[in-house]
Write a protein that binds this ligand. Structure first.
Ligand SMILES: *[C@@H]1O[C@H](CO)[C@@H](O)[C@H](O)[C@H]1NC(C)=O
Ligand SMILES: *[C@@H]1O[C@H](CO)[C@@H](O)[C@H](O)[C@H]1NC(C)=O
Ligand SMILES: *[C@@H]1O[C@H](CO)[C@@H](O)[C@H](O)[C@H]1NC(C)=O
Ligand SMILES: *[C@@H]1O[C@H](CO)[C@@H](O)[C@H](O)[C@H]1NC(C)=O
Length: 125
């Protein structure tokens, strides 16, 4: 019914945010919505990082540029060190890992976070 559709399109705009600066962070998103994840305080002192979902690279940043925007659904905002996942799907519920590197390619640290994408029913309380 149209009522259901209106309700659904309202849910589509749900945006959540989470602080992924701490290792082991837990993040929550809503199916069809978006989540903003703060990955770092400032990207300016990070030469290179890779962001992976279940071990496959979804974003590479190197020398002040996004090198692989493989997925338009996942923009990175250098101005505040956060990444957004739009149009959340159930299978985005995964572990994500950021690995940082210096200009010599040396790994300088990593952090993981867990994303949970929840269905609409969470809003029917
Ligand atoms: C995640 O990665 C593991 C090992 O690389 C693989 O076995 C598993 O099927 C993957 N899971 C999903 C949901 O893609
Ligand atoms: C990084 O980019 C700057 C200019 O954007 C360039 O001058 C420099 O050579 C680059 N460094 C490396 C290691 O690629
Ligand atoms: C980061 O910047 C983007 C683009 O300006 C903005 O949409 C987003 O809300 C900001 N995120 C945080 C955590 O400040
Ligand atoms: C995740 O689900 C979407 C549809 O909901 C599908 O198009 C996509 O291929 C899936 N991705 C993975 C990695 O399974």
């Amino acid at each position: 019914t149209s009522c259901k559709c209106l309700f659904f399109s309202f849910l589509l705009s749900v945006k959540t945010s989470c602080d992924g600066r701490k290792n082991g962070a837990q993040c929550f998103g809503v199916l069809g919505g978006a989540v903003d994840v703060q990955l770092m305080d400032s990207v300016s002192e990070i030469y290179k990082f890779e962001w992976k979902r279940n071990n496959s690279v979804i974003l590479i940043w190197r020398n002040n540029t996004v090198v692989t925007p493989k997925d338009d659904r996942i923009p990175f905002f250098p101005s505040n060190g956060s990444v957004r996942i739009n149009d959340l799907r159930r299978n985005d519920s995964r572990e994500y890992k950021i690995e940082m590197f210096d200009r010599n390619g040396k790994n300088t640290g990593w952090k993981t976070l867990q994303l949970f994408v929840q269905g609409n029913q969470v809003f029917l309380f």
